[in-house]
Design a protein around this ligand. Sequence first.
Ligand code: HEC
Ligand code: HEC
Ligand code: HEC
Ligand code: HEC
Ligand code: HEC
Length: 178
Amino acid sequence: MQRYFRLVLFAAVMLVVLAIPVAAVLARSYFLAPTAQPVKAQPIQFPHQVHVQGMGLDCTFCHRGATTSAQATIPALEFCMNCHKIIPWEGRPDLERLVQAFQSGQTIQWNKVHQLPDHVHFVHAVHLNFGFQCADCHGDVGSMGKPGVKQVRDLRMGDCLTCHQQNGARTDCSVCHY
Ligand code: HEC
Ligand code: HEC
Ligand code: HEC
Ligand code: HEC
Ligand code: HEC
């Protein structure tokens, strides 16, 4: 009995010790505001700053769906290569990855920065046609360089509802859930 008691005690202590880091990881992903999440790692570090501030490209030059549909969308590699086939890439790891992926017919799997659960319905076009700017929800993306985009606004249910109330938009559950 004595032997088993020590074994059980040991197991219990180990469980508690192991539970602390697990709980910390879970708390980080589930309970922290999305804006407190670290910048997501991307297969290619895409600098918005170079393309937006540096070259003066419009957001919708690349995110073509934003004003017409639900998804803003991220352009395919062919689109990037319109410019990048004539820009030197040797010795620049991010551009080497871009060109190699294109030449071998691969696609880039961008990690989602903003991600609502599947049961929530969001439509970019309605918000932009109402007169909001990208920056109202995404902040100053044009000045974000490497490593990548960071979420700056909460964009959870309370935040959606507050803005809907302030602007006379519908707030019944079926607007966003169906
Ligand atoms: C030259 C093309 C290009 C332009 C111009 C551009 N973007 Fe992007 N954008 C991308 C690419 C590629 C990604 C994916 C990489 C990433 O998330 O860092 C991205 C990612 C994003 C994301 C994160 C998407 C997610 O996963 O949640 C947001 C938000 C965004 N862009 C907003 C903007 C805004 C606002 C502007 C204008 C100020 C803009 N973009 C201009 C190419 C572009
Ligand atoms: C309108 C032309 C144009 C388009 C479209 C474009 N880029 Fe660029 N990109 C540039 C220019 C110009 C530079 C700066 C090159 C330099 O510094 O020599 C650049 C720089 C970059 C860099 C930084 C390279 C480094 O080593 O710092 C990355 C990464 C990049 N682009 C990825 C992309 C991706 C991914 C897409 C498609 C979503 C894209 N670009 C679309 C013109 C473009
Ligand atoms: C009213 C707030 C709001 C505005 C305004 C807004 N977005 Fe978004 N955006 C969101 C939300 C919320 C998500 C996450 C959607 C999801 O997970 O289904 C998102 C996701 C994205 C994504 C990644 C998924 C996708 O739809 O392709 C990109 C890229 C993006 N936004 C770009 C833009 C650009 C560019 C503009 C301006 C032309 C813009 N957004 C304006 C709230 C907004
Ligand atoms: C910056 C303010 C703002 C934020 C933030 C915002 N919305 Fe909206 N939303 C509006 C306004 C205003 C309208 C009404 C547009 C109209 O009537 O033309 C609207 C309309 C909508 C519609 C279309 C409703 C319809 O009648 O078809 C949906 C769906 C929606 N929002 C979902 C969301 C979700 C989900 C979020 C949070 C992730 C969100 N919105 C965040 C202001 C906002
Ligand atoms: C303007 C958009 C909007 C409206 C209206 C809305 N919701 Fe939500 N709801 C969201 C978003 C965005 C999320 C996901 C983010 C979060 O958990 O806050 C969500 C999440 C939820 C969740 C899941 C919470 C969780 O922990 O995963 C429930 C349950 C819910 N909503 C119920 C409702 C009910 C009931 C109503 C009507 C009284 C309602 N919602 C109206 C946007 C909305």
